[in-house]
Design a protein around this ligand. Sequence first.
Ligand code: PEP
Length: 253
Amino acid sequence: MRKKIVAGNWKMNKNLDEAKELIKGLKKEVKKLKLKDDTRVIIAPSFINLRAAVNRTKKSKIEVAAQNVHQEKRGAFTGEVSVDMLESVGVKTAILGHSERRTYFGETDELLAEKVNTVLGKGLEAIFCFGELLEDRKSNSHFKVVEDQIKKALFHLDKTSFTNVVLAYEPVWAIGTGETASPEQAQEMHAFIRNLFVKEYGEDVANSISILYGGSVKPNNAKEIFSKPDVDGGLIGGASLKVDDFTQIIKAI
Ligand code: PEP
């Protein structure tokens, strides 16, 4: 059945020494947890620290993801990183469509559809992020917004592609704000999302795709959020930067 996943998005934090230190601490704690095969732990350091992260997590349960990748395979795109480059340093997963990429770097659903194709085309996995703004929720259009984001970026894919897709519902109003969706709000949206997949692709795909919740998940609220039946884990920002906090969240899964 579907995997439980705790993924840490480090964003633009941790230089090389700090990244090594955090990985060292996490490795020690994760080893002690003796996690089962149905549970995955992923960290997403910045591009420049990916290679070190891959090398240092080789014999551990911790997997390494990129926070973004370019949609083109190669070429004159100064400052960008390709899927081939990720693969060549041993990275198998890329986060796509994080709200900070959408907001500060103008990433649209159409562009994200291209990125999804490039990532899956290379045989890598995508953690696809989406979620509504506060005004969408206030105007009660959050379901429609989420549905559009998913349809535009993912629903051109065939059934089999979804073995390499993880979904991350991240209400923008809850990211880095200390404000969390209530476990009931998370469950309501996750069930809605799963039902979109039932309608488009059938029960098999819907029941095998992991849907993570992201938005101010902390050690003190993780357990309750993760206890909801359609919440398969979390994408964690701030609380993934400290060994203790991230370990507590992994324990909660
Ligand atoms: C995120 O950036 O994906 C996130 C969920 O951040 P935070 O946990 O800090 O809200």
